[in-house]
Design a protein around this ligand. Structure first.
Ligand SMILES: Cc1cc2nc3c(=O)[nH]c(=O)nc-3n(C[C@H](O)[C@H](O)[C@H](O)COP(=O)(O)OP(=O)(O)OC[C@H]3O[C@@H](n4cnc5c(N)ncnc54)[C@H](O)[C@@H]3O)c2cc1C
Length: 448
């Protein structure tokens, strides 16, 4: 470790160091990461040094930017923390270059003065690179598609410790793999991607009482089926705890959130939402014209770490029977221990192939279904079995697949569900070619 330390511009932090806890902390407090050491990289050369050292010593390497996707304990690994790779440059002609440590809110704020916007996710605190390498399913995705399809170039340190600039022309295999394959083929140090011209959105959420759940869900199902691609929507069954930051009408009770983002003319968005608004009296109506940079208010995801259990499925369709099945297992009378059970409508631009082929599969799914439960007494023991019950109840309409970003992409079964067999074989082949000693085998890595 001392030989590595001497070669770094950044820090090498071992378990006895007071900074170790901060550098290994993740968003899911149920998982404690205990790598052998952490390299807090200051520049791409630090990543090269760390990977070269690990490959030569037979130590696996993991990468973390924000910890939002913490997935396993990383025992014995060398963790590369990228948070100091914080370059964020927005070009007025419509693209951005960011370092691997940048979070979405930084890009949102830098792009806004130019009338530009990145295809960020529901939570602006998530890291750009971790999100984008997993596809990136965002609140305006039915209009603009997947974040990973907007990537122009990535700079990647591959398993032999070589920093490569990867584009569709220079390194087609790596370019294919890094867009959907997460960290399978290397550690991204910087990424360049296109932005969209969108200053404002007509967007937000309608929150209804639990008593209206069946009416709202059935109406949402019918209404969403006819939406144009300017609209992206999701519905969430919520049981939010009475914690600071949770609005009083929602705290400690069952509620239903209908999220809506309209990228077209606001008046048409208003008219499009009107039938859903009229379905019941909302507890909170927070749909309005917002600056795009406030996109995080649509889902209002939690910002503090919690111990959670998460599952993710994809549905091929949502007939009325599927809504009844969901209400039966997770509705207001079901005794569900989940904090969130969410359906996101896909389709629109999500279903369109990107300009360049990539490792992101399952674009044909119609809905994404996730459950999130908090592992605290008295429900801690009930959360995981109940999440399985939710999956089982919706199984008749499930594709059997999932997305690499939603729920931790670790373990052979989860990885097999994230990719088609031919995609996984090609990811394995590309990963082996560029990582001959197999350093990238821990964390959210779809190749083991
Ligand atoms: C509150 C919340 C909301 C979310 N909302 C969405 C959403 O709307 N849509 C969506 O698609 N996903 C969403 N996600 C999932 C999120 O996109 C993934 O967990 C993503 O991996 C997080 O990236 P990170 O860098 O922030 O996390 P980290 O924990 O730092 O990294 C997670 C993984 O990302 C990969 N990665 C990170 N940095 C690099 C790098 N430099 N090079 C190569 N691989 C890297 C690795 O596989 C790593 O294990 C959400 C997650 C949370 C916790």
């Amino acid at each position: 470790m001392d030989s590595l330390r001497r070669r770094l511009t950044g820090e090498l932090v071992e378990p006895a160091d007071p900074r170790y806890a901060e550098l290994t902390a993740g968003f899911n407090a149920a998982i404690t990461a205990t790598p052998a050491a952490v390299v807090e990289a200051r520049d791409p050369q630090d990543v090269v040094e760390a990977v070269t050292f690990a490959a030569g010593s037979g130590i696996p390497v993991a990468v973390q930017a924000t910890g939002h996707g913490i997935a396993d304990s990383l025992d014995g690994a060398l963790l590369i923390n990228t948070r100091r790779l914080d370059e964020c440059v927005v070009h007025a002609d419509g693209w951005a270059r960011v370092g691997a440590g940048v979070r979405w809110q930084q890009v949102l704020d830098a792009a806004a003065p130019h009338g530009l916007a990145p295809l960020s996710g529901s939570a602006p605190g998530v890291g750009v690179v971790g999100y984008t390498t997993g596809g990136g399913l965002g609140p305006v995705g039915r209009t603009y598609g997947w974040a990973s399809d907007r990537v122009r170039a990535a700079e990647i340190v591959t398993g032999e410790g070589v920093l490569r600039r990867v584009t569709a022309e220079t390194e087609p295999d790596l370019f294919w793999a890094v867009r959907g394959g997460k960290g399978a083929v290397g550690i991204v140090t910087a990424m360049e991607f296109d932005l969209v011209r969108q200053e404002r959105l007509h967007a937000g959420a309608l929150y209804f009482a639990g008593a209206d759940a069946a009416t709202v869900l059935h109406r949402w199902r019918e209404w969403s089926a006819g939406l144009p691609a300017e609209a992206t929507t999701s519905v969430a069954l919520l049981q939010l705890p009475p914690l600071p930051g949770v609005p009083e009408p929602l705290a400690g009770r069952f509620s239903v959130a209908v999220r809506f983002a309209w990228t077209g003319d606001p008046a048409t968005g208003e008219a499009t939402l009107a039938p859903l608004r009229a379905v019941a009296t909302p507890l909170i109506d927070a749909v309005q014209v917002i600056p795009y940079a406030a996109i995080g208010m649509i889902h209002a995801d939690p910002v503090d770490p919690m111990p959670v259990h998460e599952t993710s499925d994809l549905l091929r369709e949502l007939p009325a029977e599927a809504v009844d099945a969901l209400l039966g297992v997770a509705g207001p009378d079901a005794g569900s221990p989940q904090v969130i059970v969410e359906l996101r409508q896909l389709g629109g631009a999500f279903a369109v192939p990107g300009e360049h082929p990539s490792a992101l599969d399952h674009r044909d799914a119609a809905f994404s279904l996730i459950t999130i439960g908090v592992l605290v007494p008295p429900v801690a023991g009930a959360v995981a079995p109940h999440a399985d019950e939710v999956s089982a109840a919706l199984k008749p309409w499930s594709t059997g697949a999932t997305l690499p970003n939603l729920g931790a992409a670790v373990g052979a079964e989860r990885i097999a569900r994230s990719y088609r067999p031919e995609t996984l074989s090609r990811l394995v082949e590309v990963a082996r070619r560029f990582d001959p000693s197999g350093v990238f085998t821990v964390g959210q890595v779809p190749v083991r």
